[in-house]
Design a protein around this ligand. Structure first.
Ligand SMILES: [Zn+2]
Length: 400
């Protein structure tokens, strides 16, 4: 309790301003915090303004709120702290330092509420300037006590990845990224620290670009994952997209950094009936297989002493078969990714269970190996050297 109180006071004393609040819209990130909810709790230490997102007109002002206030739906309209707000989109704009708390977690920037078509629920989207967003990503994706060069490389990779996803997919929806490993983990203010902000400011505006298939130069999805296990993988084999910096490189660095139980992981088993159920639910086209009776390696990348499965063939009780990307199989059976930690493993039938044996590495293995980045940083390599190693053929440019 004492720690909490002291920690709380210290934190308030150290609140940093939110940079880039007047940046151009293309440098703002829209993070989907809550999906189709009917209520949430908001707390803003400073005062805040409520804006109709369509007309951009202010609908109301609130002073400092001590306790959380409720946001809910009534008659197809959003109600903020008992006040009905007009508009299918509502923006909450906190005063400086532009921080709000949603359901107990603090974020920077603005909060946008987008009402669903049937007007019964809303999505809660954090509109946050890119650099402030990164401060909430770097410390969530990497321990902040790691080498500064590793944190800086992480910041550049995350900045590039986010802008690429925003440009590629953001146009057709009201948000750009999810705050989970589905894109990159974002924990808002709780992930920030002096080291994290140091890495963000040291690389302010820096992104990776490469020459693309049509000859133009541009950003690419700078994927990264925890522990490649000895070699990173060609993106083409995992996600299906081809970029020169994502062809895969040998990685002698993560072995010394990753804890042994993460570098090699123990055998895990899953009930066969449960595996069939999960696969058919996720991929309705597999229903014609019936029960999945065999899982065979269809494609794999072979490295010194180990192989990464990239495609599997599923055989069914009705005599039919189909193919699935190995990474999709892994995350369908174990959506957390914490048990079947990578596709560097062998899949064997053991009675009524599927066993995943000889596991190695953690994550999809494409792009920068985070433990490898720390390994290189420990050997004195710069963020630039780390990035050019894991993304060969890329170069670093500054956007602003
Ligand atoms: Zn590695």
């Amino acid at each position: 309790m004492l720690w909490l109180i002291v920690g709380g006071c210290r934190e308030r004393g150290l609140v940093r301003p939110t940079p880039q609040m007047s940046a151009a819209e293309r440098f703002w990130v829209r993070v989907l915090l809550l999906d189709e909810v009917s209520d949430c709790r908001l707390r803003v230490g400073s005062g805040f303004c409520v804006i109709n997102g369509q007309t951009q007109r202010a609908e109301g002002w609130f002073g400092e709120t001590n306790g959380p206030i409720s946001i809910n739906m009534s008659g197809g309209r959003v109600v903020v702290g008992g006040q009905v707000v007009r508009g299918a989109e509502v923006i909450i704009l906190p005063d400086e330092p532009h921080i709000f708390e949603l359901n107990g977690s603090s974020y920077r920037g603005k909060l946008k509420l987008v009402i669903s078509a049937d007007r019964s629920t809303f999505d809660a989207i954090n509109l946050v300037p890119l650099e402030a967003y990164l401060a909430g990503v770097v410390g969530a994706e990497m321990p902040d006590y790691w080498e500064p060069a590793a944190l800086e490389a992480q910041a550049v990779a995350a900045r590039t990845y986010c802008l690429y996803i925003k440009k590629r997919f953001g146009g057709g929806r009201s948000w750009d990224v999810k705050p989970t490993a589905a894109h990159q983990v974002y924990q808002g203010v709780s992930a920030e620290s002096a080291q994290v902000w140091g890495a963000v400011y040291k690389t302010f505006g820096e992104v990776l670009v490469c020459r693309r298939a049509d000859g133009s130069e541009g950003m690419f999805p700078a994927y990264y994952s925890s522990t490649c296990g000895g070699s990173t993988e060609n993106s083409k084999n995992v996600f299906g997209d081809s970029f020169e910096p994502l062809v895969g490189v040998r990685c002698p660095y993560c072995k010394d950094v990753a804890k042994p139980r993460f570098f090699r992981w123990p055998t895990v088993q899953f009930d066969k009936a449960g595996v069939t159920r999960k696969l058919l639910r996720r991929y309705p086209k597999l229903k014609e297989l019936g029960e999945v009776t065999n899982i065979i390696a269809a494609k794999q990348s072979n490295y010194d002493g180990f192989s990464r499965l990239t495609s599997v063939k599923l055989l069914g009780s009705k005599g039919k078969s189909d193919f699935l990307r190995a990474e999709d199989l892994r995350l369908t059976i174990d959506p957390t990714g914490h048990k079947i930690r990578s596709t560097i493993c062998q899949i064997k039938s053991r009675g009524d269970k599927w066993a995943f044996l000889s596991g190695r590495g953690y994550g999809h293995g494409v792009g920068m190996c985070q433990c490898g980045a720390q390994g290189m940083a420990r050997k004195g390599k710069s963020a630039r050297a780390i990035l050019l190693y894991y993304y060969p053929g890329s170069k670093i440019v500054r956007l602003y």
